[in-house]
Design a protein around this ligand. Structure first.
Ligand SMILES: [Cu+2]
Length: 117
Protein backbone atom coordinates (compact mmCIF):
# COMPACT_ATOMS: atom_id res chain seq x y z
CA UNK A 1 0.00 0.00 0.00
CA UNK A 2 1.27 3.47 -0.84
CA UNK A 3 1.90 5.82 2.00
CA UNK A 4 -0.49 8.45 0.59
CA UNK A 5 -3.43 6.02 0.42
CA UNK A 6 -2.76 4.88 4.00
CA UNK A 7 -2.92 8.48 5.17
CA UNK A 8 -6.12 8.92 3.18
CA UNK A 9 -7.70 5.92 4.89
CA UNK A 10 -6.77 7.20 8.34
CA UNK A 11 -8.29 10.59 7.52
CA UNK A 12 -11.53 8.91 6.36
CA UNK A 13 -11.66 6.89 9.58
CA UNK A 14 -11.22 10.04 11.68
CA UNK A 15 -13.98 11.80 9.73
CA UNK A 16 -16.37 8.86 10.19
CA UNK A 17 -15.68 8.71 13.93
CA UNK A 18 -16.25 12.44 14.32
CA UNK A 19 -19.56 12.24 12.45
CA UNK A 20 -20.78 9.37 14.63
CA UNK A 21 -20.31 11.54 17.71
CA UNK A 22 -22.26 14.41 16.17
CA UNK A 23 -25.81 13.25 16.89
CA UNK A 24 -28.22 15.73 18.42
CA UNK A 25 -27.84 15.36 22.17
CA UNK A 26 -29.77 17.26 24.81
CA UNK A 27 -27.77 20.32 25.82
CA UNK A 28 -30.12 21.77 28.42
CA UNK A 29 -33.82 22.17 29.15
CA UNK A 30 -36.32 24.56 30.74
CA UNK A 31 -37.50 23.60 33.35
CA UNK A 32 -34.01 22.34 34.00
CA UNK A 33 -33.32 18.61 34.20
CA UNK A 34 -33.97 17.34 37.73
CA UNK A 35 -34.92 20.79 39.01
CA UNK A 36 -37.90 21.91 41.09
CA UNK A 37 -40.29 24.67 39.99
CA UNK A 38 -42.96 26.31 42.16
CA UNK A 39 -45.92 25.96 39.79
CA UNK A 40 -46.74 23.87 36.68
CA UNK A 41 -44.84 25.36 33.68
CA UNK A 42 -46.77 26.54 30.62
CA UNK A 43 -44.32 24.80 28.32
CA UNK A 44 -41.18 22.71 28.19
CA UNK A 45 -38.25 23.75 25.96
CA UNK A 46 -35.26 21.59 25.05
CA UNK A 47 -32.00 22.76 23.46
CA UNK A 48 -29.89 20.32 21.44
CA UNK A 49 -26.34 20.19 20.14
CA UNK A 50 -27.51 20.04 16.50
CA UNK A 51 -30.30 21.36 14.31
CA UNK A 52 -33.47 19.24 14.30
CA UNK A 53 -35.91 18.07 11.65
CA UNK A 54 -39.45 19.23 12.47
CA UNK A 55 -41.20 16.14 11.10
CA UNK A 56 -39.83 13.46 13.42
CA UNK A 57 -38.90 15.39 16.55
CA UNK A 58 -41.35 15.13 19.45
CA UNK A 59 -41.69 15.80 23.17
CA UNK A 60 -44.22 14.06 25.39
CA UNK A 61 -44.75 15.05 29.02
CA UNK A 62 -46.66 13.17 31.72
CA UNK A 63 -47.55 14.34 35.22
CA UNK A 64 -47.17 12.48 38.53
CA UNK A 65 -50.36 10.49 37.77
CA UNK A 66 -48.96 9.36 34.42
CA UNK A 67 -51.40 11.51 32.39
CA UNK A 68 -50.26 13.27 29.21
CA UNK A 69 -50.14 17.02 29.85
CA UNK A 70 -48.48 18.14 26.59
CA UNK A 71 -50.45 19.61 23.68
CA UNK A 72 -49.14 17.00 21.24
CA UNK A 73 -47.82 19.77 18.98
CA UNK A 74 -44.05 19.98 19.29
CA UNK A 75 -42.56 23.13 17.75
CA UNK A 76 -39.05 22.95 16.29
CA UNK A 77 -36.86 26.00 15.66
CA UNK A 78 -33.26 25.33 14.69
CA UNK A 79 -31.67 23.30 17.46
CA UNK A 80 -34.45 23.85 19.98
CA UNK A 81 -37.94 22.44 20.38
CA UNK A 82 -40.78 23.09 22.77
CA UNK A 83 -44.30 21.95 23.58
CA UNK A 84 -47.13 23.65 25.49
CA UNK A 85 -48.44 22.06 28.67
CA UNK A 86 -51.76 22.11 30.47
CA UNK A 87 -51.58 22.22 34.26
CA UNK A 88 -51.12 18.74 35.65
CA UNK A 89 -50.82 19.55 39.34
CA UNK A 90 -47.83 18.99 41.57
CA UNK A 91 -45.33 16.14 41.74
CA UNK A 92 -42.83 14.55 39.37
CA UNK A 93 -43.20 15.28 35.66
CA UNK A 94 -41.61 12.97 33.08
CA UNK A 95 -40.29 14.38 29.82
CA UNK A 96 -39.63 11.99 26.91
CA UNK A 97 -37.97 13.31 23.77
CA UNK A 98 -37.20 11.81 20.40
CA UNK A 99 -35.37 13.78 17.73
CA UNK A 100 -34.20 13.43 14.15
CA UNK A 101 -31.23 15.70 13.55
CA UNK A 102 -30.29 17.17 10.18
CA UNK A 103 -27.54 14.51 9.84
CA UNK A 104 -30.44 11.95 9.62
CA UNK A 105 -29.58 10.27 12.95
CA UNK A 106 -32.22 9.75 15.62
CA UNK A 107 -31.63 10.03 19.35
CA UNK A 108 -33.98 9.91 22.32
CA UNK A 109 -33.95 10.29 26.06
CA UNK A 110 -35.95 11.30 29.09
CA UNK A 111 -35.66 13.27 32.31
CA UNK A 112 -37.83 14.47 35.16
CA UNK A 113 -38.51 17.71 36.99
CA UNK A 114 -40.52 18.47 40.12
CA UNK A 115 -43.50 20.80 40.47
CA UNK A 116 -44.44 22.39 43.80
CA UNK A 117 -44.38 20.89 47.28
CU1 LIG B 1 -25.36 11.88 13.99
Amino acid sequence: MQRSSLIGMILLLLLATGEANAHAMLDHAEPRVGNKVASPPREVTLWFTQKLEQAFSTITVTNAAGQRVDSGKTRVSGSQMSVSLRSGGTGTYHVNWHVLSVDTHTTDGNFTFQVGE
